[in-house]
Design a protein around this ligand. Structure first.
Ligand code: C5P
Length: 406
């Protein structure tokens, strides 16, 4: 397998200063540190005093193979821990997890611990990966602090949505260590920008068709496959417009996301974007039918049956296919039976250049998971791929797109 684009480029010899703050997610810093080391980076770790309550300096020192820095000086011998030289040493200062408190202090220039003085004197790129409760993350104060930091060039690895330590569910969970390492790698290791100057539309996620203000019709799509493709296209230098139905995923770095709910909204956003694009990857799970009428008020239950009349939605892919005019169009087919035949019909009917078939009958393929087993089908034949991560599949799809563009 050609791994140029699908695995993280090495961080060989890069100096990463890892800052850990007092969040319950600090335990993930251990995995993060290991991944950085595996990628070849040299890692030094600075912790806030509170972070020591969440993960021990011994654990981190063992993994980093370097002593941990917490205090301004060593109380035993008075040796000074120079924040200036730490900042000079680092190629990247990665603060993960970053609490609301530390982000607020960074935004206002408070310097009451070594992690923060190092931030103020660091000249290298700074990356923060916030982790906190959903309400703390959504609070206007936190959002304003993040906006301030972004405006000063700090990269933010968006937290992910999911179950939080508080027991609540929402956006605030530290991004997966793999995603954080990827963001650092993208920052430090320039990849070949093979798609520079190209513009792609990607549709992803599930659409939502309202029945009334409370209920809707949707499907199990997680959006993971489409987001991985959008991220891969952007990583190779393309401009990417991601028209996204509902997902819990963070927008991949460098991607412009347009959020939509219904198939009708997705149709409008996709057709508008397509005109300016070199191609599109249609990955969204679009509802084929939508309620003919949406009740303005909550439907009340009665004794008898309820009949909801549905009407067809636009087949977005087919409509783009009909007006592609030299643009590249890639489609997906998720099938449960007679897979190849159905995919081939869609390939022809929607004027796809190639279609990515996955079957719900294959273990490891389909919704929600991080793996997929796909077959590429075009007018010349079929290419089955082994079980791969969705990221790897995205790499293969974009490799194919690149070949077709040449
Ligand atoms: O016909 P089917 O829904 O199986 O086709 C799947 C392909 O068509 C996918 O690429 C999907 O994103 C796209 N599609 C679409 N609009 C629809 C239905 C499917 O863009 N209304």
């Amino acid at each position: 397998m050609d791994s140029r684009h699908t695995t993280c480029p090495s961080l060989q010899g890069r100096h990463i200063l890892l800052g850990i703050t007092g969040s319950i997610a600090a335990y993930k810093a251990a995995v993060l540190c290991r991944l950085l080391k595996t990628a070849g980076a040299e890692v030094r770790v600075v912790m806030t005093p509170l972070a020591k309550q969440f993960i021990t300096p011994l654990t981190m020192a063992t993994l980093a193979k370097n002593p941990i820095l917490v205090e301004f000086f060593d109380p035993e011998n008075g040796a000074w821990n120079s924040h200036v030289s730490l900042g000079e040493w680092a190629d990247c200062y990665l603060i993960a997890p970053a609490t609301a408190n530390t982000l607020a202090k960074m935004a206002t220039g408070v310097a009451d611990n070594l992690l923060l003085t190092t931030y103020l004197s660091a000249r290298c790129p700074v990356v923060v990966a916030p982790a906190m409760d959903l309400d703390m993350f959504a609070h206007p104060a936190t959002q304003a602090n993040l906006a301030t930091l972004r405006s000063r060039g700090v990269r933010v690895v968006e937290p992910e949505a999911g179950e939080l330590a508080s027991g609540l569910t929402g956006k605030g969970r530290l991004a997966e260590p793999e995603h954080i390492v990827e963001a650092v790698t993208r920052l430090l290791v320039p990849t070949a920008k093979s798609l520079e100057g190209r513009h792609f539309l990607v549709t992803a996620g599930a659409t939502i068709e309202a029945i009334d203000p409370v209920r809707f019709i949707s499907n199990h799509s997680s959006g993971k496959m489409g987001y991985a493709i959008a991220g891969e296209l952007a990583a190779r230098g393309a401009r990417v417009t991601l028209v996204s139905g509902r997902t819990a995923l963070a927008c991949p770095e460098g991607v412009e996301r347009v959020d939509v709910l219904s198939a009708e909204e997705m149709y409008r956003a996709a057709t508008e974007a397509f005109a300016a694009c070199d191609g599109a990857v249609m990955c969204a799970a679009v509802a084929d039918y939508t309620p003919e009428q949406v009740s303005a008020t909550k439907l009340r239950k009665g004794d008898g049956e309820l009949v909801i009349r549905l009407r067809r939605t636009h087949d977005i892919a087919a409509e783009l296919g009909a007006r592609k005019e030299g643009r590249l169009l890639v489609g997906f087919a998720l099938e449960t039976d007679d897979e190849e035949a159905h995919a081939e019909q869609k390939l022809a009917r929607k004027h796809f250049d190639f279609i990515v078939l996955n079957s719900l009958r294959d273990a490891g393929a389909g919704f929600r998971g991080d793996t997929n087993k796909v077959t590429f089908i075009d007018r010349t034949g079929r290419e089955p791929l082994p079980l791969l991560t969705k990221r790897e599949v995205a790499g293969r799809i974009v490799d194919r797109i690149e070949k077709l563009l040449k």
